[in-house]
Design a protein around this ligand. Structure first.
Ligand SMILES: [Zn+2]
Length: 274
C-alpha cells in the first residue's frame, strides 16, 4: 500500500484555545479566526488534497458559508463535538445526547452526516467510544499512543471493536512525548529546515497526520493575555503564524517526495470496508 498522509483541521474559535480559558482578553468575535477555515480549504484544493475538517458545532454560526465552500471543494466534514469542552466526566447518556444534537445541527446547517470524530483537547474516557459506534461513527482521531486494546491496521491507524482510530505521529523520549502531527511543532520549526527528526520519521513510517487550528494561520494581530499564561503558551499563540501556510506547503512537498499519497480519513475507512 502507498504511504498515506492526512491533513486535518480542528475547526474551532481562537477563544477555544485551552490556554485562553479564564483569561481576560478582548473576546471580540472579529478575532475568532473563522475566515481561516476558508483560507485552508482553498489552500488544500490548490494542492489537490481533500482534507478532513473536525467541526465544533457551536462555531458553525461563524463559519457556515466557509464550511459549505469547503464541502463543495470536496473536503470531509467530521465532528469535534457540540462545544469545545472536556468530555472526560460525561456519562454515556449525556454524551449520546450531545452527539445526536450535533449530528442534527450539522445535517440542517451543512447538509452532511459526519462519520468521523475527534474529542476536544484529546480528553476522553473509554466508554464513550461505544457511543460513537452506536451513533454510526466509523472512525475516531483522539488517542495519543493507542494501547494494546487497539489492533494496528496500517502505520498510525488502529482498529478497536470495529472503530478505526487515527493516532497522531509522535516522537518518544524516555520522559516525554512530542506530537509531531501537531500544529505548534511546525510553527516553532518555521519549516525552513525540516528537522532531521521529522524527515527520518517520515521515511520510517507509513502514515502521517497533521492537525492544526484556524488561528495558527491567522496573519496579524490576535489578543494575547498579558498575564496568567506561560511564556511557551504565549509563543504557541503567536509564533510564525504569518508564514505557517508556507511551512505546511514545504511539509506537503517533503511528504510527496517521500512517496506519500494524500487521503482523507473517511475515504480510507470506506475503502477498507469494501
Ligand atoms: Zn480542538
Amino acid at each position: 500500500m502507498n504511504k498515506l498522509a492526512f491533513l486535518t483541521m480542528d475547526v474551532e474559535s481562537y477563544f477555544d484555545t485551552s490556554c485562553l480559558k479564564n483569561t481576560d482578553i478582548d473576546r471580540d468575535q472579529k478575532y475568532n479566526c473563522a475566515e481561516e477555515v476558508l483560507t485552508y480549504a482553498k489552500f488544500l484544493a490548490k494542492n489537490n488534497i481533500k482534507g478532513t475538517f473536525f467541526v465544533t458545532v457551536d462555531f458553525i454560526k461563524y463559519c457556515k458559508e466557509y464550511l459549505l465552500e469547503a464541502i463543495s471543494l470536496g473536503h470531509e466534514i467530521a465532528l469535534h463535538c457540540l462545544t469545545h469542552q472536556s468530555y472526560k466526566n460525561f456519562t454515556k447518556e449525556e454524551f449520546k445526547q450531545e452527539l445526536v444534537e450535533s449530528k442534527k445541527i450539522i445535517k440542517e446547517e451543512l447538509g452532511v452526516e459526519p462519520v468521523g470524530f475527534r474529542f476536544p483537547r484529546w480528553e476522553y474516557k473509554k466508554e464513550l467510544f461505544d457511543v460513537l459506534l452506536e451513533e454510526g461513527f466509523i472512525y475516531d482521531s483522539s488517542v495519543i499512543k493507542p494501547n494494546k486494546s487497539f489492533k494496528k491496521d496500517f502505520g498510525y491507524i488502529y482498529v478497536r471493536n470495529g472503530l478505526y482510530e487515527f493516532a497522531p505521529n509522535i516522537w518518544k523520549f524516555p520522559f516525554k512525548t512530542v506530537l509531531l502531527s501537531g500544529g505548534g511543532f511546525y510553527r516553532f520549526l518555521k519549516g525552513k529546515s525540516m528537522s532531521r527528526v521529522l524527515r527520518k520519521h517520515i521515511k520510517k513510517h507509513d502514515t502521517f497526520m497533521i492537525y492544526f487550528h484556524p488561528f495558527e494561520i491567522h496573519k496579524g494581530y490576535l489578543p494575547v493575555p498579558k498575564r496568567g499564561i506561560l511564556q511557551v503558551q504565549k509563543k504557541y499563540l503567536t509564533k510564525n503564524r504569518d508564514v505557517y501556510l508556507e511551512s505546511i506547503q514545504k511539509m506537503i512537498n517533503v511528504l510527496k517526495e517521500n512517496g506519500y499519497r494524500f487521503s482523507n480519513m473517511k475515504e480510507y475507512v470506506l475503502a477498507k470496508e469494501k
